[in-house]
Design a protein around this ligand. Structure first.
Ligand code: NAD
Ligand code: IPM
Ligand code: MN
Length: 359
């Protein structure tokens, strides 16, 4: 029997609540598909600061490096917002992505037909939306140097640097074209090449990589226009590939096409060990109330089986179970609409796990 060793990092805010539901579903999948799970829990973010004084303890680093994959909830919250920058919870996330060389962040935004009424956009605009946002995750303005707050004369200056090496663009572009080949064969590369040199280079390299993928259509789009087009007519997009920060912003926008930020899963790949987490944060405004939507996290666990374990049938089954539960009318608060049945985080997790067992 195959056995998967998974580092489970619940983190902060709603993190523990939603991760618990994803674990239920993974356990149901293990039973159904006949594989073993070794789940090892670790501290990260604010939870780690409270216990150990740092957001990304050595013990957690060792844990993830000795695992087959990582499942993460979310980190951060007002409690830790005033800490020195270098030990804020969010630093742990960046450190982990870098440590795992998880440079390609796949954020699929797919609207389930059942949730058409949950979107704030018109049904004809969102029906059938299926976009894969591919966000570069270990470089760009998040990591470029110089960075920091410096004294310059009699005032301070804050600096971050948008920086991309050719090899960094090349590898993310390859991922985008490969993914597009298995989808609708269209890549939109989003940049700001009319203003930012780093993205002039980005565009050049994407074009060069495209020469090896003549079967895939490539278009370039400026990020401001892309933000507008995503809301205007999202069905024009198949794969969107973009820089770290643009991808962060545009993927939250894409989430709303699917009804809620609580619907969008992600896979961060590129290294030996994949990282799976919802795209949303720790949602301090609803933490501890058992009302958060666990589907983004459940579907992130689903992605783990495709991208880390080459078992797409498990992701498909989890997806099917989610859809079946939505088809029966069950909704967490964020995707609730009149005539549907409001359930808690726990209930949603139970329903999906149960559905999966009975598929
Ligand atoms: P957020 O994503 O946590 O929340 C934004 C809004 O969406 C909130 O109203 C929240 O209630 C709602 N929401 C998010 N996830 C939901 C879910 N699963 N179900 C229902 N509603 C959901 O963003 P924020 O409020 O800007 O940030 C809160 C904290 O999270 C900050 O400390 C931030 O740094 C951190 N953060 C962490 C991650 C991560 O760990 N990957 C991502 C984004 C933000
Ligand atoms: C995300 C988050 C993170 C990011 C923060 C919390 C560091 O917004 O995963 O989308 O900006 O990458
Ligand atoms: Mn984000």
């Amino acid at each position: 029997m195959r056995k998967f060793k998974i580092a489970v990092l619940p983190g902060d805010g709603i993190g523990p609540e939603i991760v618990k539901q994803a674990v239920k579903v993974m356990e149901a999948a293990a039973e159904k598909f006949g594989f073993g799970l070794e789940l090892n829990y670790g501290l990260i973010g604010g939870a780690a600061i409270d216990e150990t004084g740092v957001p990304f303890p050595e013990e957690t680093k060792e844990l993830i490096l000795s695992s087959d994959a990582v499942l993460l909830g979310a980190v951060g919250g007002p409690k830790w917002d005033n800490l020195p920058f270098e030990i804020r919870p969010e630093r742990a996330l960046l450190g982990m992505r870098k440590l795992l060389n998880a440079f390609a962040n796949l954020r699929p935004a797919r609207l389930y037909d059942e949730l058409i009424d949950a979107s704030t956009l018109k049904p004809e605009v969102v029906r059938g939306v299926d976009i894969m946002v591919i966000r570069e995750l270990t470089s760009g303005i998040y990591f470029g140097i110089p960075k920091g707050i410096f004294v310059d004369g009699d005032e301070r200056v804050g600096i971050n640097t948008l920086r991309y090496y050719e090899h960094e663009v090349e590898r993310i572009a390859k991922v985008a074209f490969e993914v597009a080949r298995k989808r609708n064969k269209k890549v939109t590369s989003v940049d700001k090449a009319n203003v930012l040199e780093a993205t002039v280079l980005w565009r050049e390299v994407v074009e060069r990589v495209h020469e090896n993928y003549p079967d895939v259509e490539l278009q370039h789009m400026y990020v401001d226009n892309a933000a507008m087009q995503i809301i205007r007519w999202p069905k024009q997009f198949d794969v969107i590939v973009t820089t770290n920060m643009f991808g962060d912003i545009l993927s939250d926008a894409c989430a709303m096409l699917t009804g809620s930020l609580g619907m969008l899963p992600s896979a961060s790949i590129g290294g030996k060990i994949g990282l799976y987490e919802p795209i949303h944060g720790s949602a301090p405004d609803i933490a501890g109330q058992n009302i958060a939507n666990p589907i983004a996290t459940i579907n992130s666990a689903g992605m783990m089986f495709t991208y880390s374990f080459d078992m797409p049938e498990v992701e498909e089954a989890i997806d099917k179970a989610v859809r079946a539960v939505l088809a029966k009318g069950y909704r967490t608060r964020d995707i609730y609409s009149e005539g549907t049945k409001l359930v808690s985080t726990e209930e949603m997790g139970d329903l999906i796990a149960e559905e999966l067992k009975n598929l």
